[in-house]
Design a protein around this ligand. Sequence first.
Ligand code: AGP
Length: 606
Amino acid sequence: MCGIIGITSNKPVSSSILHSLKKLEYRGYDSAGIATIDNGNINEVKSLGRVEVLEKNISQINLEGYIGIGHVRWATHGMPSTINAHPHSTENISVVHNGIIENSINLKNLLIKKGHKFKSETDTEVIVHLLSEYMKSNELNETIIKTLNDLEGSFALGIIFKDIPNIIVGARRGSPLAVGYGPNENYLGSDSYALKSMTNKITYLNDGEFCVIKKEEIDFFDHLGKKINKKVLQLSSNELNYEKGEYKHYMAKEIDEQPSTIKNCINEYVDKINNEINLLNFPWNKEQIKSVKLIGCGTAFHSCLMGKYWFEELTNLDVDVDIASEFRYRKNKFKEDCLYIFVSQSGETADTYAALNLCKKNKVKTCSIINVVESSIARDSDFVLPIHCGPEIGVASTKAFLGQMLVIYLLCLKISILMKDIKREDYDKKIRNLGLLSDLVKKTILDENQIQSISNTFAEAKGSMFLGRGFSYPIALEGALKLKELAYIHAEGYPAGEMKHGPLALIEDGMPVVVIAPKDDYYKKTISNMQEVIARGAKVLLLTNKDVNQIVSENIWQIIKIETTNDDLYPFLTTIPLQKLAYFTALKKGHDIDKPRNLAKSVTVE
Ligand code: AGP
């Protein structure tokens, strides 16, 4: 999962490419590079590390050129290094690539036999050599088609040619690619976010398509080279400017935005006058759905798991959840009366997208819950429920998690009333309670002094555990994931009742353990499990709610009390202190909060 950009213009492009690369850094940040064509030559600059290093290097050499491509890398083949950084160039052609070429070793051997010399360890380099090979005896479009046909795997490509110095070729299979239209210039980018500062007019390439971009026009072709027309989309203005403002990190901003993203989302779906959830054109009736299956990765998977608990509680449907990377390779039994729900912030996660495509091939009902409405998953699903959170830039997902849970909860409530699995008065009450959620989240966010001081202990810990039962179990998993990815501390999320079956052996004197136990149906059981870890020396941080007056143990290290609400909604509140715990712990350890090591926001490779 890397980021690519291309610009052809009537003015020098390197500074605009650098600007867009900074926007794309959330996709990869171990190295970066640019190639432009100037004075009949391809000039390439690459650096190890962040875009700011590349920027410094470029400022010393003055990189000219009215056409160019750029790349931020998240290493797959070959370690992060200047040589492995993109673009990869021969004398005549330069390429940037997002994806993985699965047959690169075979292709490389064939090309070496033909006399090609390779410099890097990357899979990408075969693409530029293949292009050079085919270019010897073919026109441009034939060269592109033949090259793409030879490649196995996934790719989004940006290509420039020394001998055709006015075009950028873009091509896509599996990995996302957008094209943007500007005044006397046109663009290519991994996503619309990279192009937003330059244009709000965007077209997305579909799998198998390629395009030839000139500064005054763009031509699109299908996989056979037949010219096709594409629709130009206009991005909404509130998506265009999303900056950190006075915040030090996007993550802090995104945590604080949660009350308003919750409110927005509820406003989109809840008709307050009629106290009704509106799923606008939901295409299936109650006879057509007998079960649901929720599929996602990482944090999105945790919201799916949360969905399982809600669907089981509020409907009589069979519910199942799956991790997309597992689902896509298993021998699944596809059911006509099952609704397959794909949850993804980016809508571009390769495993989730592949799982969706598998369902489409098997002609079952697909619905996606996504944040980026122009994304591949959104475009290819039968029905889309956006979470309406606005851009999420921090690699660690925060507001999108709450948004995903909220939309899953709304969908679940709606299905439950349609199926008559819930009484009207209970349904009405639950909708009214949702009206209070934004304020409850806000109050929970404001309370942070205690978490700041608790994070000192976590910052020094070698490992920790997060325990919960029922609705709090998915939140335990999410809390542990946040701490892992931001603070680089080993953290296990576990169902509290499972501890005695093995993990209890991990507890040592002073080990910080988070126990999530709001006063719901599971409270007493969880508190018993808490005693078991305290008895073995754990330092317990208990997360419960304000109405719990009598806490059953004197040996609890810290207690954080969130607002009291109805049981269904506690997950929205218990998540907040855990987001902050991970944030402050990572801050204490001096980590890069928005770009944790080894990760990227949008995981567009397997
Ligand atoms: C969470 O903090 C992660 N960055 C990660 O687990 C993420 O949720 C996962 O990669 C799925 O991404 P998606 O929602 O864009 O599909």
